[in-house]
Design a protein around this ligand. Structure first.
Ligand code: GDP
Length: 533
């Protein structure tokens, strides 16, 4: 075999071994805790961005992140890579605060599967439902982890029912808890007939793996004591009443295998991870406007799903996070920036090792790399090795909150425009410029976004801006196949039309009723609550 053929085969192997995923959960369910345990299990090799809670790590925090610290929140997506059992796992962290859900949604477009963490005492909560709906758009395969078994949680059978009913996905328990709270003794794997025995107080180290083979063994009887017969009955019931695990259904996003454990005590996480790396899909093929791109194609391609400003005060720039969708990034390679129709040589893509930036020599399909962005890269941008195609499915969501933004010093209007333009390209906020007046309207998904925007305008663009209420209920991106009908619509609704930061026409509705009436009156016009590119 020739050298290049050998090399190509090993790249194929690298790609097949990639597992790129994100965690979806409601705040406080245990995402940060489980992330720490996963890293511990995988002996972290790379950290991009900052991990929440690592307060001592100052090197990768930027000025405006002091705002995050003040509020005790993390708005920073991070990317972590670690090896596990011959696989390379890429974990994309998502901002925990609900105000940054747009970023979270877009991060979900860059993964191939997800891990859903549920607080066993609380069951399926709000944010999980929302994030699950985003996963469903692409049938993302999801593994479930019911956390906090060391507490008195709800009846596990009830929890499975809730997952099925509320999330509309079949649930297949892989293991079953033996007791809970102070009586938690471990988990019984329904498929291997093995009990993993729980020993409390081992959270900070990888616990010894104590197993009992066979539920009908003497050790199992000794462990369960008086509850043995009840547990046998419970297992019979669970096996009879729940779905059997099907790899095919999991990969199709129709069934979620469910594990029980406690992230805090680092128990059950390893059992989940062992199966995760086996079952979770390698980099998936991706849709573009032109054709489907196979993750194993030799030619490089990728898209930008997130832009983050000033990750490091020593480097006053912005980093564009790119998901590689095919081929290999090699340092110094030439890439085509498809939207601009320009070829760019990239020799300084980065990953982050223990808080410091590292130049990436090579990265393959499924990996995330950071590109330096000097204002030319936007969320959703596609990069290729020359071919003209654009990845689809990287959404902007219609904001739910709106404010008019006004300058304290009218001389700074250029700086304000520039700042807002850049912040909207990053996806930190959305800007709307009404057609019939000179207002600037800022839209957000969560109210905290407004504070971040004002803070950054001041900090980075030296602009003092104030917000005023504005009578906008929601925005819809509008388009129409019939030019005549569209012209008529534009004339009739001129006072409600605005151009957004990406140059797209939007309808700003003052009320819900106004929106439905306008939709009724203009049936030819399409009103979208999300837009791509
Ligand atoms: P996040 O908001 O989803 O990232 O949640 P965290 O990981 O920060 O956890 C929220 C709280 O739940 C913290 O106080 C954790 O210590 C606690 N916690 C996480 N996992 C467990 C668990 O397995 N058992 C118990 N008892 N507490 C847990």
């Amino acid at each position: 075999m020739s050298d290049s053929a050998t090399q190509q085969r090993s790249v194929q192997q690298d790609i097949a071994n990639r597992r790129t995923f994100a965690i979806i959960s409601h705040p406080d369910a245990g995402k940060t805790t489980i992330t720490e345990k996963l890293i511990l299990l995988g002996q972290l090799i790379q950290v991009a961005g900052t991990v929440k809670g690592k307060k001592h790590d100052k090197s990768a925090t930027s000025d405006w992140m002091s705002l995050e610290k003040e509020r005790g929140i993390s708005v920073t997506s991070s990317v972590m890579q670690f090896p596990y059992k011959g696989r390379t796992v890429n974990l994309l962290d998502t901002p925990g605060h609900e105000d940054f859900s747009e970023d979270t949604y877009r991060t979900l477009t860059a993964v191939d599967s997800a891990l859903m963490v549920i607080d066993g005492a609380k069951g399926v909560e709000d944010r999980t439902i929302k994030l699950m709906n985003v996963c469903r758009l692409r049938d993302t395969p999801i593994i479930g982890f019911v956390n906090k078994m060391d507490r008195d949680i709800r009846d596990p059978i009830e929890l499975l029912d809730e997952i099925e009913e509320v999330l509309g996905i079949a649930a297949a328990p892989i293991n079953w808890p033996v007791g809970m709270g102070s009586e938690f003794k471990g988990v019984y794997n329904l498929y291997t007939d093995t009990i993993h025995v729980f020993k409390p107080g081992k959270g900070s180290v990888v616990a010894e793996d104590i197993r009992i083979d066979g539920l009908d063994s003497d050790e199992a009887k000794a462990l369960l004591g008086d509850e043995y017969d009840d547990f046998i009955d419970e297992i019979e019931l669970v096996k009879g009443a729940s779905h059997e695990f099907s790899l095919e259904d999991y990969l199709a996003g129709q069934q979620t295998p469910v594990f029980f454990g406690t992230a805090l005590a680092n128990f059950g996480v390893r059992e989940m991870l062992d199966d995760f790396v086996e079952w979770a899909p390698p980099p998936l093929n991706r849709e573009t406007e032109q054709r489907v791109v196979d993750a194993k194609e030799e030619a490089f391609s990728g898209f930008v799903f997130k832009i983050q400003a000033n990750m490091d005060p020593r480097h006053r720039d912005r980093i564009a996070f790119m998901r590689i969708c095919s081929g290999t990034y090699r340092k110094g390679m030439k890439m085509r920036h498809v939207r601009l129709g320009k070829d760019v040589k990239i020799a300084d893509a980065v990953s982050f090792l223990a808080g410091d930036r590292e130049l990436v020599e090579e990265a393959v399909s499924g990996d995330i790399i950071g590109l330096h962005n000097h204002g030319t890269i936007q969320i959703g941008d596609t990069f290729t090795e020359g071919e003209e195609f654009r990845f689809t499915g990287i959404p902007h969501f219609a904001p739910e909150l709106f404010r008019r933004i006004r300058l304290k010093d009218p001389m700074k209007s250029k700086a304000l425009q520039k700042g807002l333009q850049q912040l909207s390209e990053e996806g930190s906020t959305q800007v709307f410029m009404p057609q019939n007046n000179s207002d600037l309207i800022v839209g957000a998904v969560g109210v905290l976004q407004f504070d971040v925007v004002a803070y950054r305008l001041k900090d980075e663009y030296k602009v003092d801006a104030i917000y005023e209420p504005v009578n906008v209920y929601t925005a819809r991106w509008v388009s129409c196949d019939d030019p005549k009908a569209f012209e008529q619509f534009k004339r009739k609704c001129a006072d409600n039309l605005a151009i957004d930061g990406g140059g797209y026409l939007t309808y700003l509705a003052p009320t819900r009723v106004n929106l439905s009436l306008t939709e009724e009156r203009h049936p030819e016009v399409v009103f979208r609550s999300t837009r791509e590119h």
